[in-house]
Design a protein around this ligand. Sequence first.
Ligand code: ADP
Length: 637
Amino acid sequence: MLPLAGLAWLAWAIVEQDRVSEHTRIAERREQALGVATASLQRTLAEIEERLTVVASGTGDVRAEAGTFAKRSGAAFAVLERRGLITRGGTFLPFYPASAATELPSSPVFVRADQEEFTKHDPAAAIAVLQPLAHSQDLGIRAGVLLRMARNHRKSGDTLRALATYDALAALEEAPAGGLPAGLAARQGRALLLEADGRTKDLRREAATLLLDLDEGRWPLTRQTYDFARTQALGWIGGAGPIARASDRLALADAVDGAWRIWLTSLAAAASDRQRRLVRTAYGSALVLTRTSPGRLAVLVAGQRFLQDGWLADVRPPGTDTDVDFALTDGDGEPVIGRTDGPVALQSVRTASLTSLPWTVHAITTRSSRSGLSRTAQLSLAAVALTALMLVLSAYLISRALARELSVAALQSDFVAAVSHEFRSPLTTIRQLSELLTRGRVSSDDRRQQFYETLLRESERLHRLIESLLDFGRMEARGAEYRFDRLDPEPFLREVVIDFQQQIADGFVVDLRVRGPLPPIRADRGSLSRVLWNLLDNAAKYSPEHRAVQVDVERSGAHVLVHVRDQGIGIPPHEQASIFDKFVRGAHARLASIKGTGLGLAMASRIVEAHGGTIKVESRVGVGSTFTVLLPIMEHG
Ligand code: ADP
């Protein structure tokens, strides 16, 4: 037990050690991943700010720079002056702090056309005046012309032409038309036309796409224009369902707006400045990077999607992506990206003050427990298990051998007692009778004759006992030597039975029945008669009441069967197999002090086996036993 407990402790220690080292390994990997991620975030931020600096300082091509920011969605880039937006990039926003400053283009043609339209109320004449400039290279002029033409077509009731003209105007997109981007002005014009014509379905469709374009920032608008156009479009759509707002874009637009206000009001507007700020808008949080010069503000606003899909996707070191996740929290510990509500033991953290990043960066082990033990631990455990197994096995074997030794010792001491007993009783008889005879105390001749016979029987019994002990000793030492001869079973059996009956004087009856003719067998006469003698002797010994035994002999196929049936005490089933082992005596035999050595059946079974036969027993306690000897018949016999 003690060594087993030691092994169990060892196994536990191995598992525990493995768990600890695995934990350390995971923590190291997480720390490393966090380091890489932080460095990567710092680098990316620095690069972006570098570019913002270039843009803000006015050197370099601002529009080209804006194009490069368009790579990923979720971040908006804008360059603003005090007057308004210079250019935008990345994700287009629904509105900007101030739309591009637009000076309405003027032309003498516009003056004349407006006179025809508004003073003389002659739209046809106005169209005629405008027509020559409808393809002007100056987009501003062309937009002004198309806007007026469409209006006059409408006034003259020519809806089809008016719509077509609006289409042409819409293609000019951002060109200024009547204080609005041409695209928006044209779409509004079309909608008003459809409304006037009562084409509700078309109007709704027009308004829905307009709404979508507004929210996606198709045109750079001021918040005021955006809000107005949106409300108008919603009015046209009517109650045809709520329209979700693109909240991430609104968050970015809000953030840009905020940055611009700060720039305008702060003293720093006069000087160059850089800032990283994390802002929370009504629609979500965003990172605002700004660079200012006295005349310009360059701003990049990154929303959650951009952080998630863009930067964090990039910073995962190869190979560790499966079990480390990242999360960002702001100064108040509120999550910006990802979740940090898992167990603290599985997180590594770099605070904003350490990294000069705008967030605290968290690395989180996602797979907390492994599927199994490490290979080394597995091998060690297998070794421990093997040792335990061997321990148990050897303990079992030793205890079995010990038990066997003990039982053999017990059997042997029983044997010695039994043999002594066997010797003592005939010896006592012989001694007493010889004493009587020697002293001449027996008067009658009859009686003397009777004593002599008893002396003879007892000494023969002793002789048989000694013979059988010697025989068994010889068998044990070097195996018995047999002389096999042809033997006719029937006369042989009769002889043995008569012999037995003569020697057992106390009226025990043996009934021999031979069924059918019997073929000869090959046998050692002396040994085989000892087998039968033993069986008959047992039958007599263990049948205290029914003093008769029946011997049946028959042929069965290639065998001769000899059944010895008694009606004695019987043998319990659990003893039936072991009685053929040497020294083994039945419990009842021992308790009832029936004489015996435990050698008879052991010898019988060895002899029968040497003849190529078998011996078996069928028995029921209190009913009787049948021993059957099966002997092969002699070939060519
Ligand atoms: P023993 O000298 O004890 O008779 P054996 O080897 O001849 O030794 O028999 C072994 C045991 O088998 C006996 O002790 C007895 O318990 C049992 N046995 C043998 N023959 C019979 C029988 N005919 N009836 C009942 N028990 C028997």
